[in-house]
Design a protein around this ligand. Structure first.
Ligand code: ACO
Length: 429
């Protein structure tokens, strides 16, 4: 097939280069189209627009394939730890044992956060949303580590900032949780591995409720791995676009956390449980709520269903559904909200509306259920998503900077007033 595409505009024909990715994905390169023709392309929500070339994550929404750096998500979720996956995403290859040990060692040297930061935790109202706290706290790390502000840093400095961020995130996340309970914070214990350390700082004083059980550690590792990257989604694109102005890593990730917060993105895991509780409190009639989701005059949507790119199934949901069943069985959880979830899933999967629109349960449908079973409050769910997505955001930021990508700056089609004569304030109607 030709490696150019022809676009006819009026009498003129423009030849546009065709770009082919390693998985045979095809794109028409329109980057010079405006210069030659005066036209831009319009694509609300970037539904069909590639913003970058990336070597980190590949997904095929039709076939339900997800791979990080060429490795299948199924293998990574089954056979590796979250820290190995973080290394893979950020540095490009799976680590050797020595590399992994060194990575873990470097991280454990930076798990403490500056004591002055504790005052910030005290300053937030105890009931404020953890995501609001998280994006503020992560951005404020730039104030404590000003070397991150250098716009032309050495490779070593960039790496140090990456290590610090990976190391401090679990501490910050667990302290947000502890503060919400009014409990004293727990300091990291650096002989523990990354995920275990996080669980220790979170549930350390609640051993009667949950021990740092290997089944829980394994479920948590799996959840974090499944969330670790997902190519150019809303929050990742935000991280890249903020970083493209040479904003520091902490500020760029903080912006990504804000983007993740919304219920149409990472906030869906919280929204799923809130929806299930609403249905339960309303009497548990799932058919009624399915009908509401289908009614175009009703703003209600079935949270945890549908995905912008997966139109067959979400491969992460498949893995997580199994982990969900395992963990519920292991913990012996009996929760009426979970029964509603099962019923809803069953009804939606056999309903023509959902079949026609290729709407399947996504990763957030099941992750919320697991987090609830592990004892996390609903408002922490999206924070846990952020903890998992951190290595992906870092890898994407690093790739964008290493490739020296230009500042992100979309264009628009202006549809407002043309010119209006200025009217003095006393004469305005
Ligand atoms: N419930 C009911 N109807 C839905 C749902 C849903 N959850 N999702 C999509 N639809 C319908 C739309 O109304 C539309 O119907 P129409 O063609 O008759 O107008 C059709 O399916 C296509 O939906 P779009 O909104 O165009 O799909 P889009 O790709 O823009 O949206 C999204 C994807 C945002 C995920 C959407 O499916 C949704 O809102 N889902 C619920 C929220 C959710 O679970 N988000 C988490 C996504 S995963 C993640 O971010 C990690």
């Amino acid at each position: 097939m030709s490696d150019t595409a022809s676009l006819k505009l009026g009498e003129k024909t423009y030849d546009l280069p065709v770009i082919t990715g390693t998985e045979n994905e095809k794109a028409i390169d329109i980057s010079k189209l405006r210069d030659s023709s005066g036209y831009i392309t319009l694509d609300n929500g970037y539904k069909n627009t590639g913003a970058t070339k990336s070597a980190i994550t590949f997904l095929d929404g039709e076939k339900g394939i997800l791979k990080y750096r060429g490795y299948r998500i199924e293998d990574l979720a089954e056979k590796s730890s979250f820290l190995e996956v973080a290394y893979l995403l950020i540095y490009g290859d799976l680590p050797t044992q020595a590399q992994l040990d060194d990575f873990q060692f470097q991280i454990t040297r930076h798990t403490l956060v500056h004591e002055d930061m504790k005052k910030f935790f005290d300053g937030f109202p105890s009931k404020s949303h953890p995501m609001g706290q998280l994006c503020s706290l992560i951005c404020s790390l730039s104030a404590f580590y000003p070397e991150s502000l250098d716009t032309n840093p050495s490779k070593e400095d960039v790496n140090l900032t990456i290590i610090k961020l990976l190391a401090k995130m679990p501490t910050v996340v667990s302290w947000i949780y502890k503060k919400s309970l009014g409990h004293p914070v727990i300091y990291p214990q650096n002989n523990l591995e990354y995920v275990t350390n996080y669980l220790y700082m979170t549930f350390g004083q609640r051993t009667e409720h949950i021990e740092i059980d290997p089944v829980v550690v394994s479920a948590m590792n799996k959840l974090l791995i499944l969330h670790a990257d997902h190519e150019q989604n809303c929050s990742t694109s935000t991280v890249r676009i903020v970083g493209s102005s040479e904003s520091n890593l902490y500020a760029s990730i903080s912006a990504g956390i804000s983007a993740l917060w919304g219920p149409l993105h990472g906030g869906a895991n919280q929204a799923v449980i809130e929806m299930l509780e609403q249905i339960k409190n309303d009497g548990g009639d799932t058919e009624k709520w399915i009908a509401k989701a289908k009614d175009k005059n009703d703003p209600f949507r079935l949270m945890g269903f549908g995905h912008r790119v997966y139109k067959n199934f979400d491969p992460r949901a498949k893995i997580i559904k199994k982990a969900c069943d395992d963990i519920l069985a292991k913990l012996g959880v009996n929760d009426p909200v979970l029964d509603i979830a099962k019923k809803l899933e069953e009804v939606a999967l056999s309903d023509q509306y959902f079949i026609d629109r290729k709407l399947y349960p996504n990763v957030d449908f099941y992750s919320g259920i697991i987090y609830r079973a592990l004892g996390f409050p609903t408002e922490m769910f999206t924070v846990l998503f952020a903890l998992g997505r951190l290595p992906g955001w870092i890898a994407q930021w690093k790739e964008m900077r290493e490739n020296k990508e230009p500042i992100g700056r979309p264009r628009q089609i202006y549809v407002g007033h043309t010119v209006r004569e200025f009217v003095d304030i006393n004469n305005r109607k």
